[in-house]
Design a protein around this ligand. Structure first.
Ligand code: MSP
Length: 534
């Protein structure tokens, strides 16, 4: 049954479908956190959202990983998948669909899609010769290899020579159509630097690519020739489509595409840009389907300035990080500290400093000290009954607050998370400064009760607005702030229930009301003590 409310705008987005050759790493967590933030932001806008994540389970890489452990591939995948589900749970990822490429109904979608492409005359047999990186599951040009025939991404792995009869997809046929599409939809590939990479790749001339493998069992058989196995990427990209099926729907393309297609946003890392921005749209054109709206390729994470890798012994375990610092802290650091789209670094000292400065001091202390002042200086220990109308438009916090909602909305739409955080934090910083300058404790001593209340109202309302706008990134802290400001128990329900334009209402400065009862002041983020070097 389709439960989508047709009167609301829909927004469907995807994370990559992660290889299950190993447990999730920080790179997988990074994309998924970003996707969850975008999904939460669109829910605030009142959109009907579908966040798709999942796992990519076929291919040589997975088959080999299973063999090494002496396991059957399906058994191996079934054992790894829960580690992704668990990580998404502890990172507070609110996904709607988890798409596994080994799901039986996925095969039906792949077959139907293959059939369409076959009928378009875009699949033919040919000889595939070249260097293959099993870790990338991709053929590489000789000129792109490092010394010793090593892959530039998996630098400790040698590529393997292949010379086999495969089925090919006629990518070259779509050269002109793709170029026209990129021109017509300049926002299709983001950020700009990645778009330029893709344009220059396509301008060099597109070559057909093989979509089947011989001597590999782990995958779907090629529908027209079951002795061959479909190339893992051909099947994986289509799992985005399978994910759109309602749980009880028959697995047909028509059913899958009915409500959520075309997908609004594919969030990926820069290493898999070509698959999403070139191969995928060409496959869809061949099948006669509309193209996705936007592909965003983010940068790579390093640790202490170094590339991360098992062989380098410097991996960053996302589970350990969340267990140690909490999910909001991890989400905040990666989105605030790294400009989304650029490469970025994790460094524990920096991590601790950022969280202490922004969440414990600027935001947490601000709320705490203000609630304590309300308790001391205001009669009913409640939001001063002054209200928005009582605050002049020249009030510095109101001035920032009145334009912040739109500014942050634009930043989220641009996936400029760091910019959003900085803009919101500037309101918290201005609020701290405002308290110091206005010194409500002196005003109170001078008997200027109304002025005291004006200051405290303006600050409380600014904290509320900051919490609301940060809620896609730090949902737990925002929810705690809302509770302390007297907004009932469940932040999400409060914000989303029965309000048709929730963002427009809540992202406006001045809605805090004295009708609600303030909660008890409690630290929303405990200062992190730097680890002792022992
Ligand atoms: N299975 C394919 C995707 C198929 S989508 C139909 C795949 N999987 S992956 O598990 O290898 O990679 C998933 C994502 O993790 C990619 O977006 C990749 O860019 C990202 N990252 C892997 N290492 C990373 C970093 N060190 N830093 C940031 N992201 C990185 O590719």
């Amino acid at each position: 049954m389709n439960l989508v409310n047709k009167t609301k705008k829909t927004f469907a987005l995807t994370t990559p479908l992660y290889y299950v050759n190993d447990v999730p790493h920080i790179g997988s967590a990074y994309t998924t956190i970003a996707a969850d933030v975008v999904a939460r932001f669109h829910r605030l806008l009142g959109h009907q959202v579908l966040l798709i994540t999942g796992t990519d389970e076929h291919g040589q890489k997975i088959q080999r990983s299973a063999e090494t452990l002496g396991k059957a591939p399906q058994e191996f995948c079934d054992e790894i998948v829960p580690s992704f589900v668990n990580l998404w749970q502890i990172l507070d990822i609110q996904y709607d669909r988890f798409s596994r490429t080994t799901a039986p109904r996925h095969e039906a979608i792949v077959k139907e899609f293959f059939d369409r492409v076959w009928k378009s005359g875009d699949i033919y047999q040919g000889q595939q010769k070249g260097w293959y990186c099993v870790s990338c599951e991709e053929f590489k040009e000789e000129r792109d290899l490092l010394e010793g025939h090593r892959c530039a991404i998996h630098t400790n792995k040698e590529v393997e020579w292949r010379d086999e009869q495969n089925y090919f997809f006629r990518l070259s046929k779509y050269q002109t159509k793709l170029t026209e599409f990129y021109q017509f939809k300049p926002d299709f590939i983001q950020p700009e630097s990645r778009r330029n990479e893709v344009l220059s790749f396509v301008n060099q001339g597109l070559q057909d690519f093989s979509i089947s493998r011989v001597n590999l069992d782990w995958g779907f058989p090629v529908p027209v020739d079951p002795k061959q196995t479909l190339y893992v990427w051909f099947d994986a990209l289509l799992a985005y489509v399978t994910a759109l099926l309602e749980p009880d729907a028959e697995p047909t393309l028509a059913n899958a595409l009915e409500t959520w297609w075309p997908i609004n946003l594919h969030l990926i890392g820069k290493d898999i840009l070509r698959f999403h921005a070139v191969y995928w749209p060409a496959m869809l054109l061949s099948a006669g389907l509309p193209l996705p709206e936007r592909v965003f390729g983010h940068g790579f994470l390093t640790k202490d300035g170094q590339k991360m890798g098992k062989s380098l012994g410097n991996t960053l375990d996302p589970i350990a990080l969340v267990q140690r610092y909490g999910s909001d802290a991890v989400r905040y650091y990666f989105l605030k500290e790294i400009e989304f789209g650029k490469d970025g670094d994790f460094n524990e000292v920096r991590f601790i400093n950022v969280l202490n400065a922004d969440l414990a001091n600027d935001l947490g202390n601000l709320l705490n000290r203000t609630l304590n002042m309300v308790k001391k200086y205001c009669a009913q220990n409640n939001v001063p009954s002054i209200g928005n109308e009582g605050i002049s438009d020249e009030n510095p916090l109101k001035t920032i607050g009145l334009r912040l909602g739109e500014q942050v909305k634009q930043a989220y739409q641009d996936l400029a998370f760091s910019e959003a955080c900085k803009a919101i934090l500037s309101l918290a910083q201005a609020s701290n400064k405002f308290i110091d300058e206005q010194a409500p404790w002196s005003l109170y001593k001078q008997g200027q009760q109304e002025s005291v209340e004006k200051v405290l109202y303006a600050v409380l309302e600014s904290v509320r607005l900051a919490a609301y706008l940060l809620s896609p990134i730090i949902p737990n802290i925002s929810s705690d702030i809302y509770q302390q400001l007297g907004f009932g128990i469940n932040f999400n329900e409060q914000i989303q229930s029965s309000i048709t334009a929730p963002f427009a209402t809540h992202a406006t400065w001045g809605i805090l009301s004295s009708k609600q009862q303030l909660g008890t002041a409690q630290p929303i983020f405990k200062r992190i003590e730097p680890p002792k070097n022992d």
